[in-house]
Design a protein around this ligand. Structure first.
Ligand code: SAH
Ligand code: SF4
Ligand code: F3S
Length: 443
């Protein structure tokens, strides 16, 4: 008899991807196998996101298919986890009566409880509890891992739904995180990405108990044998301090890449967003980064069309983008989210949709031009690449990433998980291209 199977679809950020890994690890420990297709699974799960309206509408389309699959085979379990589920709570069952179990990001472990109980009624789990960090995780690649260092967010960005879906900030004890990194290294992991909504405020809630600060945590993980690359996302500009930048300059494993979300270049809009930094303060942080790590790749997130954003405000965003010269940027159109402060702003402040679309077009053009210009600094250089697999566009070539988080497509023979030296021959705004030099680094 074949065993029970599951299928998970993940939306949203790395935090959700990691939560899905833990759902999968938990299901594997209950004896479930992964089904390649949704229609072949006994348990169909959606790990949802609600950051923008587009995320919501995409999910609703998927749920339509789940409804059909449930009708065809009523003993199937349909589960909905993540931020969208948390933001709607029990309303999920009213709007989507075919859902059997719904749970928020802090309640992943309840999925196992539900599947092993003999309950036949639909259940929702939405409390903010401790960590799911201890759950086993099924990693996509054996040499890369996410490590969740904190959960929740104590900021009040006026556009953002995350504080209401992930709760107050809570750090995981440093000793637990270092032990997790040591375990991962023993398991063959060479690159870790530390995850948190605001990673550089890590540890403040545990300071009284003598816990390490974020900078100290980075130093401790840098000392873990076998972990050769450390990344993290996202720091908040308000908390970006010299101690972290000194770690970048001094610790070999900490990558030369900093994601520093700008959101807007106008101090007036930043204030309305409640970001708690001004344009000047942000640019001052960029200067500081360049002083400590002159070659660092800096990437960012930007929102266009925030309520009240005038053409002059938007021009300031363009100026900052031009001045900083990001290596890449995620750009978003403002989307009002239920329960957030910005969703309640005077409708007169709303920027018409065509204006938002026109602005994001101009922004993307500038971002790409600056990123392409910045990328030329790598041409002619020999860079270290962690091989991830085949190139997505040409299967005779390999793909990997540099410490600067640049994707490189290259001619070579190395295996996934190996570090190789690649000579860069050309660069676009998004990728580098080159050839492997046979000097592969000893493991
Ligand atoms: N904690 C992270 C952000 C997580 S959300 C941080 O502060 O960096 C990822 C990005 O989505 C944000 O940086 C922001 O640019 C964008 N975003 C969040 N809410 C949004 C909204 N309501 N409309 C448009 N973009 C939004
Ligand atoms: Fe949202 Fe702001 Fe917290 Fe990031 S820092 S998760 S944008 S509230
Ligand atoms: Fe991430 Fe989306 Fe939640 S971006 S934190 S999954 S709302």
């Amino acid at each position: 008899m074949s065993g029970r199977s599951y299928h998970v679809t993940t939306f949203g950020c790395q935090m959700n991807e990691h939560d899905s890994e833990r759902m999968q690890g938990m299901l594997a420990s209950l004896g479930y196998e992964e089904a390649p297709q949704r229609d072949g699974a006994d348990v169909i799960l959606f790990n949802t996101c609600s950051i923008r309206e587009t995320a919501d509408s995409r999910l609703v389309a998927h749920l339509g298919e789940a409804k059909r699959l449930k009708r065809e085979q009523p003993e199937r379990i349909i589960g909905v986890g993540g931020c969208w589920a948390q933001s709607l709570k029990d309303e999920v069952f009213e709007r989507f009566p075919f859902v059997d179990v719904a749970f928020g990001p802090g309640q992943i472990h309840k999925l196992a409880e539900f599947l092993t109980s003999d309950s036949i009624t639909a259940q929702g789990f939405f409390d903010f509890e401790g960590f799911a960090g201890h759950l086993p995780a099924k990693r996509v690649r054996e040499f890369q891992a996410w490590v969740q260092i904190s959960q929740g967010c104590n900021c009040n960005c006026s556009y953002c739904i995350v504080p209401s879906t992930r709760g107050r900030e809570q750090s995981r004890p440093d000793t637990e995180l270092i032990a997790e990194c040591e375990r991962l290294a023993c398991d063959g992991v060479r690159e870790v990405t530390l995850l948190g909504q605001n990673v550089n405020s890590y540890g403040r809630d545990l300071r009284a108990a003598g816990n390490r600060s974020f900078a100290e945590l980075l130093r401790a993980i840098d000392r873990v044998d076998g972990i050769e690359r450390i990344r993290y996302t996202s720091p908040h500009p308000k908390d970006m301090r010299e101690d972290v930048l000194a770690v970048h300059a001094e610790c070999g494993a900490v990558c030369e890449h900093i994601h520093l979300p700008l959101q807007a270049g106008s101090t007036r809009i930043l204030k309305a967003m409640r970001r708690t930094y001004s344009r000047e303060r942000y640019l001052d942080r960029v200067d500081l980064i360049r002083r400590y790590v002159p070659d660092a790749a800096i990437t960012t997130d930007i929102i266009v069309g925030f309520p009240g954003e005038s053409e002059a405000d938007f021009a300031e965003t363009l100026e900052v983008v031009d001045e900083v010269g990001y290596d890449s940027a995620f750009t978003f159109i403002f989307s009002p989210r239920r329960g957030t402060e910005a969703a309640g702003f005077d409708p007169e402040l709303l920027v018409p949709h065509p204006v938002k679309v026109e602005r994001i077009g101009r922004l993307v053009t500038l971002v790409q031009r600056r990123a392409a210009e910045r990328a030329q600094r790598f041409v002619g250089r020999r860079v270290e690449v962690l091989v991830e697999g085949q190139s997505r566009t040409d299967e005779t070539r390999l793909r990997g990433r540099t410490a600067h988080n640049k994707t490189v497509n290259f001619e070579g023979t190395a295996a996934p998980g190996e570090f190789v030296q690649v000579e860069i021959e050309s660069a676009t705004s998004t990728t580098l291209a080159g050839s492997e030099r046979l000097l592969s680094r000893a493991v």
